[in-house]
Write a protein that binds this ligand. Structure first.
Ligand SMILES: *[C@@H]1O[C@H](CO)[C@@H](O)[C@H](O)[C@H]1NC(C)=O
Ligand SMILES: *[C@@H]1O[C@H](CO)[C@@H](O)[C@H](O)[C@H]1NC(C)=O
Ligand SMILES: *[C@@H]1O[C@H](CO)[C@@H](O)[C@H](O)[C@H]1NC(C)=O
Length: 197
């Protein structure tokens, strides 16, 4: 629906300054990055956008952070040690949209103590690449910006101030092009010139 698309663009435009502001998340909040913490519950009510940051905080040497794929996340497969983040205050910028997985690679913290985090990162208008027609949020180029010139097209409805799209009727209104009412059938008796008969 063209009007839905336009409404969405209007909403995104209105809220663009809010969306474009990057958020920094301390993973686990005051608990930090640790064992026996439900990181899925922590992430559940959050919406992560490209440009946001995750900060993993933990006592250096007690834990670490590996970015892994979904398979390694499921299985707690620990990558080579040289891929670990180990500062105890590891900041990760969410640079691309999609599913992201993080695990602790120390001992069996991932497999036995649930020290693993999976999130989904959403596009953000402020950080997204230029719109392409394939992007679901891109404006469709086919939406007309001016009313069509057909003589029977009504003027765009002025009820929605933000909606530039004309509402194009699927069937033309009848009043301009409809044939005149059929003349009385040739076989019909002419009105009597003598109404008193
Ligand atoms: C996930 O990562 C592991 C190594 O960490 C790799 O062997 C595996 O092929 C990857 N799986 C996918 C689906 O990319
Ligand atoms: C998952 O881990 C188990 C035990 O460590 C291993 O045998 C299995 O091959 C792993 N599976 C994948 C898909 O990595
Ligand atoms: C963690 O790193 C951020 C910058 O990434 C810094 O602003 C902050 O002060 C650091 N916190 C600690 C406790 O080191």
């Amino acid at each position: 629906m063209a009007s839905n698309k336009i409404l969405m663009i209007a909403i995104v435009t209105v809220f663009l300054p809010t969306i474009a502001m990057a958020t920094t998340y301390i993973v686990g909040d005051s608990s930090g990055w640790t064992i026996n913490f439900d990181y899925q519950a922590w992430a559940k009510d959050k919406v992560f956008y490209v440009g946001d940051k995750l900060v993993f905080q933990y006592p250096q040497g007690v834990h670490n952070v590996f970015k892994v794929n979904g398979t390694a996340f499921q299985n707690c497969t620990i990558p080579p040690a040289n891929q670990a983040l180990t500062s105890g205050n590891d900041t990760i910028v969410l640079a691309t949209p999609g599913r992201k997985w993080y695990i602790c690679g120390v001992a069996n913290h991932c497999s036995d103590y649930g020290q693993k985090l999976a999130i989904t990162v959403q596009y953000s208008y402020g950080w997204a690449p230029a719109p392409t027609p394939s992007s679901p949020w891109a404006p469709a180029p086919s939406v007309p910006t001016t009313p069509p010139t057909e003589p029977w097209a009504p003027a765009p409805a002025p009820s929605s101030p933000w909606a530039p799209a004309p509402s194009v009727p699927t069937t033309p209104p009848t009043e301009h092009w409809a044939p005149a009412p059929a003349p009385s059938s040739p076989w019909a008796p002419a009105p009597s010139p003598y109404p008193w008969i």
